[in-house]
Design a protein. Structure first.
Length: 445
């Protein structure tokens, strides 16, 4: 249970806490869920709640929305933190909720950062959610598909909260300037352009926007005549917004979203987009070697023999990153990413392996033909290991019609070269080889 000091005042609280919305009318953003007639708004206003999970990036109003629900519902509301609570606390709360249910009462349990609970802790909620002892509201910045127990997730409605737009954040900042709980008792001189700059800097995060505004105001210049007037200068604001905090979690969903964006931008031959996503990852603290490894994979998966140099460039970029690290190696990764984007594309090697893998897994016991086995012992040779083997270098064309695939896979084709880039030369060579073997009367490979 949260303890409040006798000496704590409202002014000592951060601006974001002081101006936290108290009603749906004060709430900014999430109109797709809370607009007139939208499903979540109807559930809240009718006090007809079911267990739900709020999923969205930091600072979009997950906790605030839960507190608004607390003020509107007739149920007992319990605020629970996954950071500070364990199994013992969960059981205590569940017993209280069960007792409340027996007397006809409802209990809404809000769990902040529910993704921090392990499976056992999440399992502790499950029977009480099933019985209706509690209405669970969880908040998470992580994809609940990965972080929330499947059984628990199936009993909750997931509402996706979006990052606030610059216009919504600007509106929020104006309210904070006018609200008596914020800076409404002072005259703050700050231009619309500066508010919009803060909104852009905040990257969809209301908490960051309000904290930045507070910092700018507290560091503003007090008017020499009117001491109740504070002037926020462009220089002060620049110092408060010197580095943007990028949304990124190297182990979470955003990590995979961004590497997916980089990969697909390169595949779509869009170097500008690829460099942007690269910068997003590196500036947020991603390991450059991880990016280099993914680019190396891309070089063979999406380019392959259409441009064999792509793999050389990717490996060289990895080595450069290993030698000098960030921030200097950013230019090497940029070179690799742009090269991959502009190179001709072929997934023939990827498709070849996937097709062969399917056969390999479904026919694991398929024996190696005797002709291409290595007869290294007398017994092996007596069993015809290597019997009839044709050494290609002994033949004028360096080719033979020897069968190398098992009988059941004879004629199977895995590698199908494209007409992209230099792979067209590999295609021509492969066609020549196949033509040669057909003309010699060899079996189709």
């Amino acid at each position: 249970m949260e303890q409040v000091s006798l000496f704590e005042t409202k002014v000592s609280q951060p601006l974001a806490a002081r101006v936290r919305p108290r009603t749906l009318e004060e709430f900014v953003g999430q109109t797709h869920l809370l607009g007139e007639g939208k499903v979540l708004r109807r559930l809240i206003e009718s006090d007809n709640l079911s267990s739900m999970i709020f999923w969205g990036p930091p600072g979009v109003g997950k906790t605030t929305l839960a507190r608004i629900i607390a003020g509107m519902t007739k149920a007992e509301f319990i605020d629970f933190s996954a950071v500070t609570s364990g199994i013992k606390e969960i059981r205590t709360v569940m017993q209280q909720a069960e007792a409340n249910r027996r007397f006809g009462g409802k209990t809404v349990l809000f769990v902040d950062e529910i993704h921090r609970f392990n499976k056992a802790q999440q399992d502790a909620f499950l029977p009480f959610v099933e019985k209706g002892s509690i209405i669970l509201i969880g908040a998470t910045t992580e994809n609940p598909s990965f972080e929330v127990n499947g059984a628990l997730l199936s009993r909750c409605k997931v509402f996706v909260l979006k990052a606030l737009s610059p216009a919504e954040l600007t509106e929020l900042l104006r309210r904070a300037l006018d609200d008596p709980r914020g800076f409404g008792g002072q005259e703050i001189s700050i231009s619309t352009e500066m508010l919009e700059a803060i909104a852009s800097f905040a990257n969809g995060d209301a908490r960051t926007a309000l904290s930045t505004l507070e910092m700018a105001v507290l560091n503003g210049e007090v008017d020499e005549v009117d001491h109740n007037k504070v002037i926020v200068t462009a220089e002060t604001l620049a110092q408060c917004t010197s580095r943007k905090s990028l949304l990124y979690d190297k182990k979470g969903e955003e990590h995979y979203n961004l590497i997916s964006a980089l990969h697909k931008s390169m595949r779509n031959s869009d170097p500008d987009a690829a460099v942007y996503w690269l910068a997003r990852m590196l500036e947020a603290g991603e390991d450059p070697l991880y990016v280099a490894r993914r680019v190396t994979r891309f070089a063979s998966e999406d380019i392959g023999l259409a441009d064999p140099r792509a793999l050389e460039i990717a490996v060289a970029a990895y080595q450069a990153c290993h030698f000098i690290g960030m921030p200097e190696c950013s230019v090497h990764l940029t070179e690799a990413v742009v090269y991959m984007s502009l190179a001709p594309k072929s997934n023939a090697l990827y498709a070849a392996y996937e097709s062969a893998k399917k056969d390999a897994l479904s026919q694991l016991a398929e024996p190696v033909p005797l002709v291409i086995r290595n007869g290294v012992t007398k017994l092996m040779r007596e069993l015809d290991y290597g019997s009839g083997y044709q050494y290609a270098h002994d033949y004028e064309d360096k080719l033979t019609d020897m069968q190398c695939l098992p009988d059941s896979l004879l004629g199977r084709e895995y590698y199908r070269p494209t007409d992209q880039g230099v792979e067209v030369r590999f295609k021509e060579r492969l066609n020549e080889i196949k033509r040669w073997k057909r003309e010699r009367g060899g079996k189709k490979r």
